[in-house]
Write a protein that binds this ligand. Structure first.
Ligand code: SF4
Ligand SMILES: [Zn+2]
Length: 271
């Protein structure tokens, strides 16, 4: 089955998108999100692109360029969020200030802030779903990482669609590439000559995930599929123990599991 057929099947199996949905695709410039944008367009869904320029030097310039090219080629609307313009400094500057107060991995800071921006901006743009490029390798790694951290319950927030309690402030996130291995994505995007930056983010060098990724290099796609099958078996059990109510952050008013959202917890460290 090719990636397009797999995505079609995943969308149908998990009812990821309705024809009335307006899907905002989080485009980073990398192969995964580029493929999501390309395939959702091919399948005829109503999509718009959203790119966060983190201002990570030359890397960010190249990323924005390929995202613009993809959206031009497909004829879809693109929204660019300039991190420096909105926050007064680059993501790196922001992150380093936070890390000077608490030892946190680069992606742990950046990831939380990006997720926050994405939900808030998607709401402003009246999108009903956010699509991201998470694939089979990412998802099976996350499942395994949660086991290794002794925090399996965290996996209840993963899966092809984030099944939070419906809330007007929370835009559901979908992962159309959930069953597609990373090597297939690379092969397909190269074959289709899609505009993609294949180099890694210059800040992604210290995460625990990198060690798990090394271990994953030894696994076959079948092994990764089996990990995901196990995840799907226990997901209903995990969901039973999930919190049944979404709170709003006391500082910013955005949806949050705790009194203060993760992003505001990080920003508090800066002060
Ligand atoms: S790889 Fe990590 S640091 Fe780089 S953009 Fe992604 S989350 Fe941010
Ligand atoms: Zn907050």
């Amino acid at each position: 089955m090719n990636p397009q057929q797999k995505v079609k099947q995943t969308i149908r199996k998990y009812k990821l998108i309705n024809k009335s949905d307006k899907v905002l695709v989080a485009l980073s410039g990398g192969k995964d999100s580029t493929l999501v944008g390309y395939l959702l367009y091919k399948l005829g869904y109503r999509i718009e692109g959203f790119h966060i320029n983190l201002r990570l030097g030359n890397y960010s310039i190249k990323c924005e360029k390929v995202v613009r090219k993809l959206c031009e080629d497909l004829g879809i609307k693109l929204h660019v969020y300039d991190f420096k313009k909105e926050h007064g400094s680059s993501m790196c500057f922001h992150r380093i200030t936070i890390q000077s107060k608490k030892s946190l991995k680069n992606c742990a800071v950046c990831g939380v802030i990006k997720k926050y921006i994405l939900n808030k901006e998607a709401r402003k743009l009246k999108a009903s779903k956010i699509a991201t490029g998470h694939h089979l390798d990412d998802e099976s790694q996350t499942f395994l990482l949660n086991i290794l951290k002794g925090a399996l319950q965290l996996s209840s927030n993963t899966g092809p669609i984030t099944k939070n309690i419906p809330d007007k402030k929370f835009i559901p996130r979908i992962k159309p590439l959930f069953y597609i291995p990373e090597n297939e994505i690379r092969k397909f995007t190269k074959m289709k000559k899609l505009p993609v930056i294949y180099e890694k983010c210059p800040c992604a060098f210290d995460s625990y995930r990198l060690q798990v990724r090394k271990f994953f290099e030894k696994l076959s796609n079948k092994d990764k599929n089996n990990i995901i099958k196990n995840f799907e078996k226990i997901l209903p059990l995990l969901e039973k123990n999930k919190i049944s109510k979404i709170n709003y952050c006391e500082m910013c008013g955005e949806p949050s599991r705790k009194k203060i959202c993760k992003r505001c917890e990080l920003l508090k460290l800066k002060n």
